[in-house]
Design a protein around this ligand. Structure first.
Ligand code: SF4
Ligand code: SF4
Length: 353
């Protein structure tokens, strides 16, 4: 009985936690994102017109859906172990197929994504020590180079900003196990005084109780776009996601900035222009989903070239309402974005006829 309960709890803990309010489908009905559905090796996610859900019986807790979600709506429970190594802090993580268990063991190391690595970097981690099973034989059929690819991308961004890159060591399981036994927790954790330790424990207990009683929002921790986790630089540098607006076909309807959950795009009324803060973009693509003239798309890892798009204020020559539109809009006929698409006069005459 106890053994059954333990197995059940372990299985429950492996199931990713879901912040449904962050999912793009909670923002707009026409969102096209299916990243979680497509990444799942067990086909545990299902998405139809009415709902997005996970079959907890089918999910084996690999966590591969978590790094692909642009909105951080999926959280896996497994974290690398932080250890002091010479003068730096390293993150130790090993795959469960190494046969090891305990701290630092994850169902799949390829569940570590861009966001995880940048968060580790912000915590002071400067190296990764991993041990993997044989990815080629893994029944999950993952992309074997996923972790190495993400690491290469992150290191390129750090180097471009003149910050030290992550070091990386892939170890056999027994060598990794030895490091786990011998390395000590980071100095910052060791130096936590008894008083701080007790105070932090008390704060956590109060927060959890308030959350449990519904007095604090469950989602008090805001999802930070990866661009904001990168070290700051005064020089132009690549960002993970860069919205690009084609001003020759953007008709100024404002749909993109009305749906953007991260205030990447906004209208500066005083100096008529659209402002694009690419650092805040998560690449969720819902601006692309709502843009009728297909004037916006998201580029990956580039230096933002256009951060402001000057606008004209005009009055529609057909319906008379004021509207704005990029100054270099190609087919400027002085029609607002609604009259531009719908010929009310013709429709009206058709009704009268
Ligand atoms: S990947 Fe994230 S944003 Fe996309 S459908 Fe799944 S939960 Fe929603
Ligand atoms: S700009 Fe577009 S892709 Fe970027 S966060 Fe906003 S809605 Fe998502």
């Amino acid at each position: 009985m106890l053994e059954e309960l333990r197995t059940h709890l372990q299985q429950e803990l492996r199931i990713p936690a879901i912040r449904s309010e962050r999912c793009v489908h909670a923002h707009i009905e026409t969102a096209s994102c299916r990243a979680c559905v497509e990444s799942c090796p067990k086909q545990a996610w299902h998405l139809d017109d009415d709902s997005l859900g996970i079959d907890v019986e089918a999910c084996d807790g690999c966590g591969l859906c978590a790094p692909v979600c642009p909105q951080g709506a999926i959280l896996h429970a497994h974290e690398p172990l932080l250890r002091q190594f010479n003068q730096t802090v390293v993150a130790l993580a090993a795959c469960e197929h190494t046969g090891l268990n305990g701290e630092g063991i994850m169902p799949c190391l390829h569940a570590l994504g861009l966001h995880d690595l940048l968060k580790l970097y912000r915590q002071g981690v400067r190296g990764l020590m991993t041990s993997m099973g044989d990815c080629a034989q893994c029944p999950r059929q993952v992309n074997r180079t996923h972790l190495a690819d993400v690491l290469t991308t992150v290191n390129a961004a750090l180097t471009q900003r003149n910050y030290p890159a992550f070091t990386y060591q892939e170890l056999p399981a027994d060598a990794w196990q030895t490091q786990r036994q011998q390395l000590t927790p980071p100095r910052s954790q060791q130096q936590l005084s008894r008083r701080h330790f007790l105070r932090r424990g008390l704060q956590n207990a109060v927060q959890e109780t308030l959350k449990w009683q519904g007095l604090l929002p469950q989602d008090s921790e805001k999802f930070l776009p990866p661009g904001t986790l990168l070290p700051k630089t005064t020089e132009p540098a690549n960002l993970p996601y860069v919205p690009q607006i084609d001003s020759s076909c953007c008709d100024g309807c404002d749909a993109c900035f009305n749906v953007c959950p991260h205030e990447v795009l906004f209208l500066d009324i005083d100096n008529p222009q659209y402002v694009i803060v690419a650092e805040q973009c998560t690449g969720c693509q819902i601006c692309v989903d709502v843009c009728k003239p297909q004037a916006i798309h998201i580029e990956h890892w580039m230096i933002p070239q256009v951060t402001h798009l000057p606008l004209h204020y005009q009055r529609c020559r057909r319906c008379g309402v004021p509207f704005h539109r990029p100054v270099d809009y190609a087919a400027n006929q002085n029609l607002c974005h609604i009259c531009n698409q719908v010929n009310h006069y013709r429709n009206l005459f058709q009704v009268i006829d």
